[in-house]
Each structure stands twice: as C-alpha cells, then as structure tokens.
Write a protein that binds this ligand. Structure first.
Ligand code: GLV
Length: 324
C-alpha cells in the first residue's frame, strides 16, 4: 500500500477516510513537526498532507525522492515552494471555497470590533475601571460607524467578494483593487493609491506572493486616509507591522484588526501588542468547526484523488496534469 504522512490530526472523519486508501503515518502532537523529523518520516512516502505551519521548501522536496503528492489543509500556499513541486510534476492541493464565508465573517468581526473598540471596552469593564462616578457620558468609548463609510477591499477574490456582500448589508460604499483587473457588481474598482486615499476601512485579502510581500508597506500606510481602520485576515508579510504600529500610535490611523502576522506566534516585542487600538487574533480566519471539517475533507479528497491517479478536485498547479 502507498505510504502517506499527515503532519497533523484533522477534524471530523477525514483521516479515517484517508487511511482506507494508504498506509497512514500521522504526527500526533499539536506542535508542528520539526523539519528534520518531517524529512525522516517522509522517506518512502508518496503523499504528504500538511498544514500552513509546515515549511515545504525546495530542500525538503529534494530530500524526499518518493514524494509525488502534496495536499495542504489551507487556501494559502505561501509555506510551499510551488516551483520546486511543479518542477518535479508533483500536484499541490489546497482548500479554497469552503473557508470563504467563515473568513469573511472574521474580517467583519474585526472591522466592527476595531471600529467600535469592543476589546478595549471589554477590558475596561473587566478591570473594574467603570467608574460609578461617571457611569455613562457622551464621549465614552466613541468609535466609528460602518454605515455610510467607504470600504476599500485589497484583493477581489472569493473572500474579498464575500466581504463586499456583507459590507453592502451594513450600508458601506464599496471600492476595490485587484492585481489583475476584475469587475465585481456593486464594487467600484480604483487604482491602488486612490483606494488607499479614499477608504475609511481597508480590508487586506490578497494571497502572499513575492508580488504582494510588503504591499501595505510604509509608503502605502502613509497614503491611507487619515483616521482609517485597517483589517488584515490574509497574511502577515503583506503589511509592514512596524509602520502600521507607528501610524496607530501616532493616531494617523484610528484602529486595526489583525489576524495574521509576519511571524506566528507573534514575538513578545511585536509593536502591535502594546497598542490599545488594535484587535488581535491568532490566525483564526477559517476557525469554525464546520469550516475546519470541510477543509480537512477537501484536503483528504485531494490526496485520495491523487493516490488513485486522478486529478485533485482543487489543485494549485494543474499544469502538472498536462499529460493526464
Ligand atoms: C489560512 O490562512 C489558510 O490559508 O487556509
């Protein structure tokens, strides 16, 4: 039987389904498998089922001559050296689609929480700072409305479009920018700088690639509308965290909601950690039970299809199928 290594236990019955098609070796710990152990466990394996916390680089791929299938339980594949896989004719599966609504929900949650200062207000109540001498006053925890504000969506893929649908329900004006021109009903497309200058809320929804690395760098952040709210549910490397923290500390931006970081977990000296006007989350965009089960199921469907010599239902590099 063909051997497969799964770098994590998965929700639902995904791995028991996979085990019916291969000899399955599973990493049981919640800590990511160290790369040297990953390389050792992959010897003799045809398949790898991985998470976004596993670095699948050219060195690892070269050290695993039997590998011919990789399936990641993630939509983003910036942890994988795609060229190295494609060069070997190895298909890479990912899990788009199933996490769109859940991730869009989190973007809205962060937008609302940052604009209405929900975590700051929560801390205020819990820490006993709600003063009986001043129980309510007109300027207590005032924030920003979504209704009537302009949302700029950086990246009009499926998640960006799902955010647009939600934001329309809040009565927001919708602007968008996409690297390759894309028309989305109800969303006015603008140039990148114009979008930054006009958006009261900016939602980052592009994949992390060499082209989008530092897309929201120091100059772009300086070009954002004064008082804007930035929300990033895409990938950390897209936004310059130091420049963002400075803009927030100086009050040039009103607030931010950040689910993804250039280093995860964040290091204790990450400049965003000390700021009251930032809502933080530990990369939970797709974290609902149903969505995680659907991601696991799709990741396993990709792997099983490849084990059977069929096309993966969701393949990032379909060019490897030129001969199928
Ligand atoms: C989550 O960030 C994913 O890429 O699925």
């Amino acid at each position: 039987m063909k051997k497969v290594f799964a770098s994590s236990r998965l929700p639902g019955d995904a791995l028991s389904r996979l085990a019916q098609h291969c000899e399955l070796d599973t990493w049981e710990s919640d800590s990511p498998v160290p790369s040297a152990i990953l390389r050792d466990r992959l010897q003799g394996c045809e398949g790898l089922l991985c998470l976004l916390t596993n670095r699948i680089d050219a060195e690892l791929i070269a050290a695993c001559p039997s590998l011919r299938i990789v399936s990641s339980m993630s939509v983003g594949v910036d942890h994988v050296d795609l060229d190295a896989l494609t060069g070997r004719g190895i298909p890479l599966g990912n899990t788009p689609g199933v996490l769109v609504d859940t991730t869009a929900d989190l973007a809205l949650a962060l937008m609302l929480a940052a604009a209405r200062r929900v975590p700051e207000a929560d801390r205020f109540v819990r820490e006993g700072r709600w003063d009986p001498a001043a129980p309510w006053h007109p300027d207590m925890f005032v924030g920003r409305d979504l209704t009537g504000a302009t949302l700029g969506i950086v990246g009009l893929g499926a998640i960006g479009q799902a955010i647009a649908r939600r934001a329309a329900g809040f009565g927001m004006r919708l602007l968008g920018w996409n690297r390759s021109p894309r028309q989305v009903p109800g969303v006015q497309t603008l140039g990148f700088e114009e979008l930054l200058a006009e958006a009261d809320f900016l939602s980052v929804n592009v994949a992390l690639t060499p082209d989008t690395h530092n897309l929201l760098g120091r100059d772009a952040i300086a070009g954002m509308k004064p008082g804007a709210v930035l929300v990033n549910t895409a990938r950390g490397g897209i936004v310059d965290e130091q420049a963002l923290a400075e803009a927030l500390a100086e009050g040039r931006l009103f607030a931010a909601g950040v689910d993804v970081f250039s280093r995860e977990p964040v290091e204790p000296d990450n400049p965003l950690l000390g700021l009251p006007n930032v809502v933080l989350a530990p990369h939970i965009g797709s974290a609902s039970q149903r969505t995680r089960e659907r991601m696991a199921a799709l990741a396993v469907d990709n792997l099983i299809a490849a084990l059977k010599g069929e096309r993966m239902p969701q393949c990032v590099n379909p060019e490897v199928y030129a001969s199928l």
